[in-house]
Write a protein that binds this ligand. Sequence first.
Ligand SMILES: [Mg+2]
Length: 229
Amino acid sequence: MKNNSFLIYLVIFLFFYSALLFSQNINSFSNPPNDKIKLENLSLLKDKIIQYHSSGQYYKDLQRICGKAWDKLKRIKPDSNSTVVFDVDETSLSNYFFLKDMDFGYIPFLWDKWIDSAKAPAINSVKALYDSVITKGFKVVFISGRRDYQYAATIKNLKEQGFATFDTLITKSRNDLPISTSLFKEMKRIALTKKGYKIVGSVGDQYSDMYGKDTGLKVKLVDYMYFIK
Ligand SMILES: [Mg+2]
């Protein structure tokens, strides 16, 4: 008899417990954690990006951001180790027209072919900021998420677009692939600091260009085309 009572209580408990779990599942479906994200048709978003560029607003925003950055950087009196770190894609060089032709999709072999062509144009506002930085006597280092096999094409592209003076370009090796770009870039900045570089600014289109230590002034540019962690 005692055993039977125990079983009845157990069945009642399991029934209510299951009901509770089920109701929580229902809630989690009706209230997704990212319900603040405004859902929009993908083609409308692509049109907005094109409009943002073709209206000139993108270039105006970059000019404003780079102008403000220079207002701050120019107050620093550089010593022989003061360095500004620049990202490459959508920072120093633009892939906008290539990506637009690809309908903003990522097709790895076409992307690699594009990088190999070394034809990405400079982003004028960033080039102006780079020129000011070099003229003032800062060092420049490029840290890019591009792969090692794209190193030579990247150097060629940067030089042909006027980014002729820099200490080094750092790209991703096979060993760097398992870690996020945020961590990869932070590790490379820490390594530069250990070598004696004094990083006074980090310029990039992604937050992963300026995550963590040794960034100096963070100069975040706009980029609505993609997000890199
Ligand atoms: Mg970039």
